[in-house]
Design a protein around this ligand. Structure first.
Ligand SMILES: [Zn+2]
Length: 374
């Protein structure tokens, strides 16, 4: 009799356990393996983001202005909208069938986001079997492809020097070609150029080229100009809508190409639409890295050339919008300043500019590779 009683108790315990386990999913990620309770919301199994965060090392950010939720999982960004079943990833949107839910202060995603969608976005890194889900960080996420963008070209000379009549488009290209050689031979990365000779490339085509080639960095190279010959120095920009009046002037100068060579107002509105749809999804997630890249470049430029430091700035350049990667724009110096114009056309000085930009990219790459691979 006592044996029968023990067996009964054992069966009861097993039965209870199976009930509890049935409402759980076991997830294995880079942060370890844990059992995560499922929450039933309108008959659909959901997982709390706070529960999966340690496993996928994900960071949750919420926009105060709207109901958007940014989820950074293994360095990739997923954007959700409260109450809807769609989310954005890279340039596409996906349907989870069930909406992002919020209970109290906690966000919940339908289980199928984890068991079906994540494995789809991290192919080769997942196994889902016997209610155990394994998703690991994709192995290689380092900076491998860099797009260099020598500003202007062809019918668009860019700024023109006052004394030597030096053309900005030529300086930009010369420096970019020197930099390309250094990056390829010394850093072993692939370098693609939006142009490698004197030709016109529209602003939209420049970033499209970088996106299509899945570039990890986008570096646009320019020389500055001013009505007065006094302004001098080097500055580095990354994309933003917030800016100073000085930055606004440079922005107007570099965006001028749309008015002058790309059909003016109609082209401008095309870029503005593009901005609306894309820059939000693309550059916002790279703002931090773009800022970091810009700082690294600016520091090295100033240290290496002793040029006047105009700092790291934010502006709303067309050429940086819609780029799905950390992107910056460098103004090497003022072509309108006779002293700097002389320097900018000098082969040795160009070599030094390329060297300092190279050092800035190298430093950023090492940091970035380390962050993304840990
Ligand atoms: Zn320019």
């Amino acid at each position: 009799m006592r044996i029968m009683k023990k067996i009964y108790i054992c069966i009861l315990i097993l039965f209870t356990l199976s009930l509890v386990w049935g409402l759980r999913i076991q997830i294995q990620g880079d942060g370890g393996r844990i059992n995560i309770p499922e929450k039933d919301i309108d008959g659909v199994p959901y997982l709390a983001i706070k529960d999966v965060s340690p496993i996928f090392r994900c960071i949750q950010k919420q926009e105060r202005t709207d109901q958007r939720l940014y989820l950074h999982i293994y360095g990739e960004t997923f954007i959700f909208l409260e109450g809807t079943q769609y989310y954005s990833y890279k340039i596409d949107s996906f349907n989870m069938q069930y909406p992002l839910a919020r209970i109290g202060g906690d966000y919940y995603l339908p289980r199928n986001f984890f068991t079906e969608h994540l494995p789809m976005h991290f192919p080769g890194e997942h196994i889902y079997r016997d209610s155990i889900l394994q998703i690991h960080k994709p192995v290689d996420h380092s900076v491998q492809v860099i797009v260099l963008d020598p500003g202007h070209g062809g019918k668009d000379p860019g700024a023109v020097g006052k004394k030597l009549k030096a053309k900005e488009k030529e300086i930009n290209l010369d420096v970019a070609l020197k930099l390309k050689r250094m990056l390829e031979t010394e850093l072993g990365v692939t370098v693609l150029m939006t142009r490698s000779d004197d030709r016109f490339v529209s602003l939209g085509d420049r970033t499209r080229y970088a996106n299509e080639n899945k570039a990890d960095l986008f570096v646009s190279i320019h020389a500055n100009a001013s009505k007065s010959s006094a302004p001098k120095g080097t500055e580095t920009y990354y994309l933003s809508t917030a800016m100073t009046s000085d930055a606004r002037a440079v922005e107007a100068l570099e965006n001028q190409v749309v008015d002058l060579y790309e059909g003016g107002a109609s082209a401008r509105s095309k870029y503005d639409d593009l901005d609306f749809i894309l820059s939000d999804l693309s550059q916002t997630e790279h703002l931090e890295s773009s800022n970091e890249l810009a700082s690294s470049l600016q520091q090295n430029l100033i240290a290496g050339t002793q040029a006047y430091d105009r700092g790291v700035k934010q502006a709303n350049f067309y050429v940086l919008r819609g780029a799905f990667m950390p992107s910056v724009l460098i103004e090497l110096g003022f072509i309108s300043n006779p002293d700097e114009e002389r320097l900018l056309v000098n082969d040795e000085y160009q070599q030094r500019l390329a060297r300092t930009i190279f050092e800035g990219i190298k430093r950023f790459k090492y940091r970035y590779d380390r962050i993304r691979n840990t």
